[in-house]
Design a protein around this ligand. Structure first.
Ligand code: PBG
Length: 317
């Protein structure tokens, strides 16, 4: 059997930042940039001709704070980006990441008690306060026109809290992608450079999943489905293909898999050293993720893969 990938099954992630005068390269993340709003619009314009119609937006704010309040301002970078994109390119389906890590001084995904955090490696988030912030952030994105919001802080009952807030504010049609099975992984390195979101103290193992714990991952996916998610996600993808498969079998929702930044960097650095041919390895990787059961794949390879699917060559970076 041959598995074919279609560009419409891919979601391309973007990092939106304040204008810098030019697109900003990111350390150890070849081919991925932080884009200002105008650069973002120009880039998105090039997607439809490649058959791509889905994007995931991350905000990289200039100012971080202890409360993360710039995350839920109605004129936040992400909200402005969504408005502009939906106005100019209504056919593009916009997903937004709903998490506080890029907005917080300490780099954790939620609001934490700082006195606790300073001497513990396993930082715990204040669930109630974090849920309030995530709900506000999701509503701000929905108001701007996001089609999907993706709560990803791994706070308990975040899908429920976001669904309720969306419904109460008249956004019944905004859908939710739960970052259900999000592991405390080493594969996120380049992303943290991109979002400037490395935890300043401790790590995320207090709220992200332990890599060995398949049962916890399945339970999270089931809970997200019960709480009202419209799609669930497994992240990272490659080291967790068994999780993708099992979630697909056990949860009756579409499943997305996030082919994360570290997985992408492997491919790029290996290709630069001629360890493998980039086009062939990307095809193999995307095929394996789809074979495991993913309905959608979030991947930094999306633009290159879409070009290859059309028989075009890619600029090498
Ligand atoms: C956290 C978040 C992470 C990624 C996206 N959102 C992980 C983390 O920093 O713990 C990683 C995505 C990637 O590596 O491409 N909100």
């Amino acid at each position: 059997m041959r598995i074919n990938i279609d560009a419409s099954e891919l979601i391309y992630p973007y990092f939106v930042a304040e204008s810098f005068g030019r697109k900003q390269a990111i350390k150890d993340f070849p081919g991925v940039y932080r884009l200002s709003l105008s650069e973002l619009l120009r880039d998105v314009e090039a997607l439809a001709p490649l058959g791509l119609n889905k994007i995931l937006l991350f905000g990289v704010p200039k100012d971080k704070s202890a409360s993360g309040d710039s995350a839920y301002a109605t004129d936040s970078l992400v909200a402005r980006a969504v408005r502009m994109i939906k106005k100019r390119f209504p056919g593009i389906i916009v997903f937004t990441d709903v998490c506080l890590c890029a907005y917080m001084t300490h780099g954790h995904c939620g609001i934490i008690q700082s006195q606790v955090a300073s001497h513990k490696t396993q930082v715990q988030i204040d669930n109630k306060k974090t849920l309030d912030a995530l709900a506000k952030m999701a509503v701000a994105h929905a108001q701007a026109g996001a089609d999907w919001v993706a709560p990803s802080a791994m706070a308990k009952r975040e899908v429920f809290a976001v669904r309720r807030a969306l419904d109460e504010n008249g956004f019944q049609k905004t859908r939710i992608l739960g970052y259900s099975a999000k592991f405390a992984s080493s594969f996120y390195g380049p992303f943290r450079n991109a979002a400037d979101s490395s935890p300043k103290m401790g790590d995320r193992s207090g709220y992200q999943l332990e890599p060995a714990d398949l049962e916890a991952a399945l339970e999270e996916a089931r809970l997200d489905a019960d709480e009202g998610a419209d799609m669930v996600m497994v992240k990272p993808a490659l080291a967790y293909l068994d999780v993708v498969r099992q979630v697909k079998q056990e949860v009756s929702l579409p499943v997305a898999a996030y082919n994360v930044s570290g997985e992408y960097a492997f491919v790029k650095y290996g290709a630069a050293r001629n360890l493998w041919e980039e086009k062939a390895i990307v095809r193999e990787i995307l095929t394996s993720i789809k074979r495991a059961g993913a309905d959608l794949i979030i991947t930094y390879h999306a633009k290159d893969a879409a070009r290859w699917l059309r028989g075009q060559e890619c600029p090498r970076v």
